[in-house]
Design a protein around this ligand. Structure first.
Ligand SMILES: Cc1cc2nc3c(=O)[nH]c(=O)nc-3n(C[C@H](O)[C@H](O)[C@H](O)COP(=O)(O)OP(=O)(O)OC[C@H]3O[C@@H](n4cnc5c(N)ncnc54)[C@H](O)[C@@H]3O)c2cc1C
Length: 441
């Protein structure tokens, strides 16, 4: 992965059974072992043990954008470089699986929800910001469906003092500035009922543990999918060629759009859909805090109130001596390019303004994500360009009832989430299984 990886980081992943060589014949090949691919594989293993299935993963680990690592400074505790929150937690399948696997679901209210803690120096101002943000999102939800789609920036009120703050939130939610993303798409977003919870051991740990029984060929990048033959799909990988009766593709829209996988016959409609649902950029920086006990636990501080190029900082998540900074859009892209020292300098300046300048010397980098340059992912999560909200369904549509597509970008309502990816993987697996009568062996 293209990640700035301090020597102190260790992966919190368990190792799934490795398949030494990816060749031969399978009923089902699944491309990509992120949340969607893993969910699809486990669904097939549970429902149709008669089918042979293989997960083909380009990188050297499972999980994709679900990735927990253990910085040395945290004495064995994991942090999530990718997904961290169980959004829509009560109906979220990962919450149920966390319970089944004996992991700890933490129900501390998220800082943006009722009962969540925010560092508010000016409470009336914070309430005014909340009202402006709520009104903005209500305008997106109530967008007149008879009007053509437009960029989210069209929903800003001229002169509203909270436009910068709304813009910052937009970069966290979409990974791009408001002018780039669709009103209709965001209006459809619905991660499901319930609060947002976390997994103490890490969301990435949860996804990787769930993958454990699934057969995975790691470091096996799929380069071509030949679906000309009606009986067998030929899958070309960096480590050999295999055949499958059906294939589920779960790679990110960035990977699809740059045609890292060549389809034969070509699938221009898929490439177009993926290109109109690009990945924004979202990144996290974890700063270790020396002598952190004076800081409030699980409390959010905004880096700035009046501009969109700012970080959102979660102080002492789970009470740990760490500050988790969240960045989106152009700022996240620029800081990723600039590297670790630039992150630290930027976050130090923002935190010194909020927490006092003496915090500066107590901060050091524990972990940083770099999702835009992660070679097999290429960004944070998908957003729809204005006019492209329906491309999610186009991307998810199967080809000839044996080539299926899944992944967060395929979810019309829960895009950008790990449980949306899960559900899309299960849906693709169910569709694939219905076209696979028991194999003659
Ligand atoms: C910073 C950040 C914070 C986030 N926070 C949250 C959150 O709090 N809650 C939430 O629900 N979601 C969150 N998300 C989003 C969530 O992580 C993703 O939506 C979800 O993990 C995507 O899963 P996926 O299976 O669709 O794709 P991926 O995780 O991208 O999986 C695709 C897999 O395919 C592999 N691959 C790519 N190309 C090939 C190839 N050619 N051959 C074989 N394999 C290939 C990749 O290596 C990858 O493992 C966050 C994401 C980021 C980046």
């Amino acid at each position: 992965m293209g990640i700035d990886r301090p020597a102190s980081l260790q992966d919190a992943r368990p190792t799934p059974p490795r398949v030494p060589r990816a060749n031969g014949d399978y009923d089902l090949a699944i491309v990509g072992a992120g949340a969607a691919g893993i969910a699809a594989a486990r669904q097939v293993q549970a429902a149709r043990p008669d089918l042979s299935v293989i997960l083909l993963e380009a990188s050297d680990r499972v999980g994709g954008r679900a990735w927990s690592v253990i910085p040395n400074q945290l004495a064995g505790a994991a942090v999530d470089l990718g997904c961290g929150w169980l959004h829509g937690a009560r109906g979220n399948e990962w919450t149920r699986i966390a319970g089944e696997l004996g992991l700890t679901v933490d129900r501390t209210p998220a800082p943006w929800s009722d009962g969540g803690r925010r560092l508010e120096f000016d409470r009336e101002a914070e309430r005014a910001a909340r009202r402006a943000i709520d009104a903005f999102y209500a305008r997106a939800d109530n967008w007149d469906a008879t009007q053509p789609d437009a960029p989210l920036s069209d929903l800003l009120e001229a002169g509203n003092p909270w436009n910068g703050r709304i813009g910052a939130l937009g970069t966290y939610i979409n990974g791009v500035e408001l002018g780039e993303a669709s009103i209709v798409d965001l209006g459809r977003y619905d991660p499901g009922p319930g609060p947002d919870w976390r997994v103490r051991e890490g969301y990435g740990t949860l996804v990787a543990r769930y993958a454990a029984p699934a057969p995975v060929a790691l470091e096996t990048a799929v380069t071509a999918i030949d679906h000309r033959n009606r009986d067998r799909i030929e899958v070309e990988t960096g480590r050999g060629r295999l055949r499958a009766r059906a294939v589920i593709v779960t790679v990110s829209t960035s990977v699809l759009a740059r045609e890292a996988i060549r389809f034969d016959p070509p699938l221009p409609r898929k490439i177009e859909a993926a290109s109109r649902l690009p990945l924004g950029v979202n990144n996290k920086v974890f700063l270790h805090v020396r002598d952190a006990d004076d800081l409030p636990a699980d409390t959010r501080a905004m880096g700035a109130q009046d501009r969109s190029a700012t970080g959102s900082y979660l102080i002492r998540p789970f009470g740990r001596p760490i500050i988790e900074g969240y960045f989106g859009g152009q700022l996240a892209r620029d800081l990723e390019r600039a590297g670790g020292e630039a992150w630290l300098a930027f976050a130090r300046d923002e935190l010194a303004r909020t927490l006092g300048s003496e915090i500066r010397d107590r901060l050091s980098v524990a972990a940083i994500s770099a999702w835009a340059s992660a070679p097999h992912i290429g960004g944070g999560y998908s957003y729809a360009k204005p006019g492209a909200a329906d491309e999610r369904a186009a991307l998810a549509a199967p080809v000839d009832a044996r080539l299926f597509f899944a992944g967060e970008a395929c979810s019309t309502l829960k895009f950008g989430t790990a449980h949306g990816a899960f559900e899309s993987g299960v849906a693709a697996a169910s569709a694939a299984m219905s076209g696979l009568p028991p194999a003659a062996r």
